[in-house]
Design a protein around this ligand. Structure first.
Ligand SMILES: [Zn+2]
Length: 407
């Protein structure tokens, strides 16, 4: 009976002779991750006399614009392919020769609105649109937003824009530190770099490994903000940082889906696949290169991968974890999450949500491949941005406390 239960709950290891060799794993709920066809947006300016819209920037998502009357326009927002998780992501610009009020109707066809619309003139400072300027239809498949158009172009986006250019610039900044090395481990399907940071002090070949990954899902920028703050805390040269980097090596893959990010995808890569369902047979180039790179690093040094954290966003803060089953650091996630909660005064502390390894997602791969603790660190779409940073700093500190002085 116990054998049957473990078959159902934890899946079956198909071929994993060694953690130093990449294994292939089957799950009770397998996912077909062979390439599917995606649609590309036509990149253009939609001109209506003195009023204009465009999607000619990385991270944009605008599929069509139609005029209803002089001040009302329907903006069609479609996913890259279907079926797809309903992360109805949009990003566009608008401007007009004279200052005037517009009613912009976001239409998603069969999908529902998800993100609170945000405005920016400079891509750096973002403001929420006031709730009285947003109207939803009965099933939220259409949203009317009142905005002021002016000659200065305004970005109207589901989330703040952090494209591959932004992530690579952030990596460049981190690599100013002597113990941070920044490389590209390969290319996405469309030839964009897959950036990688390798962080430790002293001899990296005598250290156990911690892995951080991010941006499998393009619109999940709050997870991206958390990961940035987490890494910056890790390298801030504090007492904790010094002791941690002296003992462990951090392999960081902050942008696993650069094509999807720059093309304004809702969920998938340009293979039309949810990359966080491809951690069993690695059919997508981006996932395959990352897992091969991680395993190869470990093979060289014959050290253990102890922990893998994958940063994401959803409707609220939560940790998706692996049920306790003899991970390499016993009890790590329970102690860590409790320590984070204790250190935070208020805010959405998030809760631990262990669930069975029934699908080929990254947290399960860290456990199956290495016996490592695998954690999906989820941040709410609209969680306060300052709080995201503070919590991620706390999370990094509490992780370092547990790791640096571990017996
Ligand atoms: Zn996600």
């Amino acid at each position: 009976m116990r054998i049957v239960l473990s078959f159902i709950v934890f899946g079956v290891i198909v071929s994993c002779s060694s953690k130093y060799k990449l294994g292939y794993y089957d799950y009770p709920l397998p996912v077909d991750t062979n390439d599917k066809t995606i649609g590309f947006q036509e990149k253009k300016v939609y001109n209506f006399g003195d009023i204009n819209f465009d999607n000619q920037f990385n991270g944009a998502r605008l599929n069509d614009v139609t005029k209803v009357d002089d001040s009302t326009f329907v903006l069609l927002i479609l996913p890259e392919n279907t079926p797809i998780n309903p992360s109805s992501y949009f990003a566009l610009r608008f401007w007009s020769d004279k200052t005037q009020l517009l009613n912009l109707v976001l239409r998603y066809d069969d999908y529902r609105h998800r993100y609170k619309p945000k405005l920016s003139k400079d891509r750096k400072n973002w403001t929420y649109i006031a709730s009285e300027d947003i109207e939803y239809n009965i099933d939220s498949t259409e949203v009317i937003i009142r905005v002021e158009a002016s000659p200065a172009k305004s970005f109207l986006c589901a989330q703040e824009l952090y494209t591959s250019e932004d992530v690579n610039a952030w990596c460049d900044k981190q690599a100013e530190l002597p113990y941070v090395s920044y490389t590209s481990i390969g290319k996405s399907k469309l030839g964009r770099d897959i950036p990688h940071l390798d962080i430790s002090t002293g001899n990296k070949n005598d250290k156990d490994i911690i892995v951080l990954i991010g941006r499998q899902h393009p619109p999940e920028t709050t997870g991206h903000l958390a990961m940035n703050a987490f890494v910056e805390e890790l390298v801030n040269e504090s007492y904790l940082s010094k002791h941690t980097l002296d003992r462990y090596r951090f392999l960081i893959y902050p942008l696993m889906n650069p094509d999807g990010v720059d093309l304004g995808h809702w969920r998938h890569n340009t293979g039309g696949i949810d990359m966080n369902r491809d951690w069993s047979h690695y059919r997508q180039a981006e996932v395959r290169q990352v897992v091969e790179h991680i395993v190869a690093q470990q093979k060289v040094v014959k050290q253990d991968v102890l922990l893998g954290i994958d940063f994401h966003s959803t409707h609220h803060d939560v940790y998706y974890t692996v049920p306790d089953q003899n991970q390499q650091i016993p009890g790590f996630k329970d102690i860590w999450i409790e320590a984070i909660d204790k250190a935070l005064v208020d805010g959405d502390i998030g809760y631990d949500s262990p669930y069975k390894l029934d699908k080929p997602i990254s947290k399960g791969w860290f456990f199956k491949q290495f016996g490592a603790e695998g954690i999906t660190y989820e941040v709410g779409d609209e969680t306060d941005r300052i709080y995201i940073k503070e919590k991620a700093q706390v999370a990094a500190r509490e992780m370092m406390k547990l790791l640096a002085f571990r017996q």
